[in-house]
Design a protein around this ligand. Sequence first.
Ligand SMILES: [Fe+2]
Length: 244
Amino acid sequence: MFSIFKKKVLGNFSFLYADLHNHILPGLDDGAKTLEDSIELLLGMQQLGYQKIICTPHILGNIYPNTPDTIAVAYQSVKSVLVENGIHLQLEFAAEYMVDENFVDAVHKKQPLLCFGEKKCVLIEMSYLAPSPYLEECVFQLIVEGYQPILAHPERYNYYHKQPEKYKFWKEKGCWLQLNALSLTGYYGKNVKQAAEKLLSEQLIDLLGSDLHHTQHLYALQYLCSTANYRILSQYPNFKNAII
Ligand SMILES: [Fe+2]
C-alpha cells in the first residue's frame, strides 16, 4: 500500500475515531489546493488511524467566501474518487466559521448553518489578533437555536494566555473547546504548547482536531505520536470525537 510516511507510524489516532477540524477539501481556502493534495492528505489521515473525517473549510468574509454549495461541490469531487484511491474513510463536511459580522448576521437571521453530529455541532473561530465582540451573543444564540458551538483552538488565542479564566467562562456558557493536536508539539510556538498542556491538565478540552492544511502537518502529527504528550492524549478521558 502506498505510504506518504518514510518510517512506520508507531502510535496513531484511532482512539479518536473522527477528525472534525481540517482543511482537506480542495481549492476552498488555505488548505489543499488540488484534488491530488486532498487525496494525499486523506491517505495520510487513514494511515494515522482516523476512520471518519469531517471536512471544515473556512468561511471568512471576502477572504474565503464559501457557501454550502461551493463546499458541497468540492466535497463531491473528493468523495467520488475515494475508493479508486484506496481510501475507506467516512467523509462528511461542515465548516469553520469566523465569528464576524457576517456570522452574527447569519445567526440572527436563523440561516441554516453547516454543522455535524446529532448535537448539530458548529465549529467557530476568532481572529488570532483580538477576541471577537460577537462571540458571547453567537454562543448564546447558537445554543438557543439548538446548535452545539465549538470554539476552535482556544490555546492559539494569545490574548487568552493571561486571561485563563476565559476558558472556563466559555465552558460555563455551554461552548465546547477544541484543541489542535499540533499545539502539543510546539508547532505554533512555546506559549501555545504551554497553554495546550494546561488546558488538558485541567480537563477543559472537549475535542481534539488536526486542523490539517498540508503534508507538513501530517508529518508533525506523526511526530506527535512519538512524544510524551501523545500518551497524555491517548489517555485523556474527555474527548467527544467518537460520539458526535
Ligand atoms: Fe482551521
